[in-house]
Design a protein around this ligand. Structure first.
Ligand code: PLP
Length: 353
């Protein structure tokens, strides 16, 4: 039974396999190489020993949540074990019966899975299409939530946050922005795109496994939202808390963000890449995520293999992770990628595509 499904995947050239290699990193979300930093300013304890509501809580969480809230210009923050859990915990708990969630069709699986666990009505609007969002808002009654990502994880493009915030105001909708790929990257010190664009939000999701190089996530918003999540968000309540050393690392990552030039180097690398590789198949993006549409699982996989054979760790993104026809090579740029590496990569891309 299981093999049948796996064989179907194989036939569609869509079988997911785990692959580790030591090639030049053009695929991780470790945009600023914080994952390799040796902060280690803590006493090592293996685990937290319980959930936050039983024995897993300690003052270090309060310190971190205060720091995170302050950094992201929010009233409060609540740490979750991962971005996946944060989205699950927010979208399953907050929108209730009779409410509606309208989300961008390209929103991450964790947002959709959260909605599936919840009881609110939900449907998507066309990616970044303000006319469609407006039309859907105008047809909706009751409390409305609008969910978007500031930077879309597969396309790397950004949401028109200012326009979305105006529409939310017009229709009295609560705006939720997943800042997973903008945290540490956009804003003066990496506060995220919502702060850079100076928009009001109901909640934001900041993940620590990407530019911050750690693990975990926080939902930022009001104190009431935090109290609500502590009481009703099952992915927060029913799980062992992160260990203290994870929280120490998260604090160190935020302190480092306030004093680093890595972010500027990264943005230079993004501009450099875009100056060398110009193609209509490249999805317009100012973020570290630069995706090139190839089309077809087989073809996309082959191109990724050729890039890997040239020394670059670049992975194909295939259907069913993304819609059929939009299979792509997804390049993640980092502050530590050298201009020479980027030059050689672009030469190779220009040869292959
Ligand atoms: C937009 C978005 N939200 C949430 C997540 C989940 O974050 P985490 O990896 O911390 O579970 C991801 C990770 O891929 C993401 O891209």
């Amino acid at each position: 039974m299981l093999n049948n499904k796996l064989n179907e995947r194989k036939k569609a050239a869509a079988l997911r396999v785990l692959q580790a290699n030591k090639l030049i990193d053009f695929c991780s979300n470790d945009y600023l190489r914080f994952s390799k930093k040796e902060w280690r300013n803590y006493e090592l304890e293996n685990g937290s020993g319980g959930s936050r509501l039983i024995s897993g809580h300690s003052p270090i969480f309060d310190k971190a949540e205060k720091k995170i809230a302050h950094f992201h210009h929010a009233e409060d923050a609540l740490i979750f074990n991962a971005g996946y859990n944060a989205n699950l915990g927010l979208f399953s708990a907050v929108p209730s019966k009779g409410d509606t969630v309208i989300y961008d069709e390209y929103c991450h699986a964790s947002i959709r899975d959260g909605l599936r666990l919840g009881v609110a009505r939900n449907f998507s609007f066309q990616h970044n299409n303000m006319l469609d969002l407006k039309e859907k808002l105008s047809r909706t009654n009751g409390a409305i939530f609008v969910a978007v990502e500031s930077i879309y994880s597969m396309d790397g493009d950004s949401a028109p946050l200012k326009e979305i915030a105006i529409l939310c105001k017009e229709y009295n909708a609560y705006l939720i922005v997943d800042e997973a790929h903008a945290t540490g990257i956009f804003g003066e010190n990496g506060e995220g795109l919502s702060i850079q664009e100076d928009i009001e939000t109901f909640a934001r999701i900041h993940t620590f496994g990407k530019a911050l190089g750690c693990h975990g996530a926080a939902i930022t918003g009001s104190k009431v939202l935090k109290d609500f999540l502590i009481n009703f968000s099952r992915p927060f309540i029913y799980t062992t808390a992160l260990p203290k050393h994870s929280i120490e690392n998260i604090i160190s990552a935020y302190l480092t963000l306030e004093n680093t030039v890595e972010n500027k180097v990264l943005h230079n690398n993004i501009a450099f890449f875009k100056s060398l590789f110009k193609s209509t198949t490249l999805i317009p993006s100012d973020s570290p995520i630069q995706s090139i549409i190839i089309g077809g699982n087989e073809k996309t996989r082959k191109i990724a293999e050729q890039l890997q054979a040239s020394g670059f760790d670049i992975r194909p993104i295939l259907h069913p992770t993304i819609p059929e026809g939009s299979e792509r090579i997804r390049i993640c740029l980092h502050s530590f990628n050298t201009q020479e590496e980027i030059t050689v990569l672009c030469k190779k891309l220009n040869q292959l595509l």
